[in-house]
Design a protein around this ligand. Structure first.
Ligand code: NAP
Length: 504
């Protein structure tokens, strides 16, 4: 069923060097290692494809996106089977993620059909204006050109080969080259086949979509440096994202790198809420923290509350609830190792109390819970670094002023959460201007895991949550990353893009 090859401009091509997948169960498969030579071919084809795809109609692209959704859906059983083997994620989770991936493609099809994203503007000519006449000016958003996409290990479907980056780039009219994630190469290949099948049905240029397997870092690095690539969508770790972001900035022609990176997603627990329902919040937190072995970018790893009896009760309930949660399989051996390393780093930090220290081996993860004070937190910046997995850190601040200081010290986040009751509104109002500057999404009385795909979603935030605070990688606004505004001054109607010609 698997070729183990790359999809370059409509052809499945292999190479001399190979790597083996490392599934959590089932047998490993052999895959060709991606090289700069494949990147060269894919980029050349993508640039050639832009000449037609970049000028395709919104209706044509909507049909393409819907067809990709159909082709993925038709291969659903096989995709889920290999996805579960490669990632260790449970079947129900991947069934849900497949639905989300297909839904996301259909959402973009519908969204571009409406056309609002083009942001068309028209300033009519004012020939009689004095002292200077005004020319006829029109504006609309145009696709940027070929886009490179790097998916994350923890969403093998929704943030991978046909995930939000690919869907939004294709919707915009940009050919896409995906660098496959080495944690799920077989899943990636099957999804790439689905995209290519849809492309063939519509007889689109083969360079519209290419898929290059990983197996080393060279292919990804060559991809972001290729002069024909005009933007990069990346979801993954801070270290990997930063390395590729730097390469984009160092190019002779720098390009935007839209990196969605890690976050500790702090929760501020306000005093009345903790007093009234601290136990329920603790239980909810434990559930959110351990869902999917804590391998979510929106995992709420940090809880901040004011020291006292209510805080101790909250910690005790959280510890007891977490204790009852068993070992879960992590996505890769490396991620499991990094998780244990991160837990060890926090455990070894001064001023940190262990509430729950667990032991897990191989590719497994069990929860950890630690407590520190606001003062220690402020003195030790490493306590604010993401530990990817089911690890919680409670910061007990001395008073509300210290809570404000801790909030101000945070780095950029994907989300910040407030747990509050009516009597907490006044203090929460003081926190709002601080946390609003820190996060792409602020939420109340809930947990940030579970990212709705909709028009209002912002999945991004100030660095290091993302490398571009003006962007989101989830929701319809994600398309903006792959568009640029062009102004057409006094152009004859025949030379205007079709979408502008009819503009009054
Ligand atoms: P990762 O290790 O950074 O890998 C992401 C991709 O980048 C892979 O294709 C990887 O290639 C490539 N890569 C990494 N470092 C590179 C380098 N130096 N040069 C060239 N290519 C490089 O991330 P991950 O383990 O898949 O994902 C886990 C992280 O993603 C967590 O920190 C999590 O919080 C974050 N995340 C963020 C979001 C979000 O939306 N913000 C969503 C999900 C996850 P290989 O295949 O060769 O490893």
């Amino acid at each position: 069923m698997l070729t183990g090859k790359h999809l370059i401009a409509g052809h499945w091509v292999g190479g001399d060097r190979t790597f083996h997948s490392s599934p959590s169960k089932g047998s490993a498969h052999e895959f060709s290692v991606g090289t700069p030579a494949e990147v060269e071919q894919a980029a050349q084809a993508a640039e050639a494809a832009f000449a037609s795809f970049g000028y395709s109609s919104r209706e044509e692209r909507a049909v393409f996106l819907d067809l990709i959704a159909d082709e993925i859906y038709a291969r659903g059983d096989a995709i889920i089977e290999i996805g579960c083997q490669e990632t260790g994620l449970p079947e129900a989770r991947l069934i849900g993620e497949l639905g989300r991936t297909v839904g996301q493609l259909r959402l973009f099809a519908q969204y571009i059909a409406e056309g609002d994203y083009l942001d068309r503007r028209h300033d009519r000519a004012l020939p009689e204006r004095s002292p200077l006449p005004r020319p006829d000016m029109r504006l609309m958003q145009r696709p940027v050109g070929p886009v490179a996409v790097f998916g994350a290990s923890n969403f093998p479907l929704a943030f991978s080969v046909a995930g939000g980056d690919t869907a939004s780039a294709l919707a915009a009219g940009c050919p896409v080259i995906v660098k496959g994630h080495s944690a799920h190469p077989g899943t990636g290949e099957l999804v790439a086949k689905a995209i290519d099948a849809a492309r063939q049905v519509l007889n689109l240029h083969p360079g519209v979509f290419s898929f290059i397997q990983g197996g080393n870092r060279e292919a990804g690095q060559a991809l972001v440096q290729d002069p024909r690539v005009k933007a990069v969508g990346f979801t993954g770790s801070l270290g990997g994202g930063r390395a590729l972001f730097n390469l984009c900035a160092q190019r002779p022609e720098p390009i935007p790198f839209f990196g969605e990176l890690g976050s500790v997603n702090p929760m501020f627990l306000m005093p009345t809420a903790v007093a009234q329902r601290g136990g329920a919040i603790a239980e909810g937190w434990a559930g959110s923290l351990t869902m999917g072995a804590g391998q979510f970018c929106t995992n709420p790893g940090l809880a901040i509350l004011i020291d006292g009896d209510d805080a101790e009760r909250f910690i005790e309930t959280a510890g007891k609830t977490l204790e009852g949660i068993g070992a879960q399989t992590m996505l890769t051996d490396g991620i499991a190792e990094a998780y244990r390393g991160g837990a060890g780093r926090i455990q070894a930090s001064s001023g940190v109390r262990e509430v729950l220290v667990t032991s897990c081996d191989n590719r497994n993860a069990t929860p950890y819970l630690f407590v520190t004070s606001g003062r220690e937190w402020l003195e030790n910046a490493t306590l604010g670094e993401e530990v990817f997995g089911p690890l919680g850190l409670v910061v007990k601040v001395a008073d509300f002023d210290e809570m404000l200081t801790v909030a101000s010290s945070l780095e950029g986040q994907l989300t910040c959460t407030l747990h509050l009751d009516t009597d907490d509104i006044a203090q929460s109002r003081q926190l709002m201007p601080i946390i609003e500057r820190k996060a792409g999404r602020v939420l109340a009385n809930g947990f940030p895991t579970g990212v709705e795909v909709c028009d209002s979603m912002v999945h991004g935030g100030p660095y290091p949550a993302s490398t571009n605070f003006g962007a989101t990688s989830v929701g319809t606004m994600a398309i903006r990353r792959f568009l640029r505004p062009v102004c057409y001054q006094n152009l004859p109607v025949e030379l205007l893009p079709a979408d502008l010609q009819s503009l009054e």
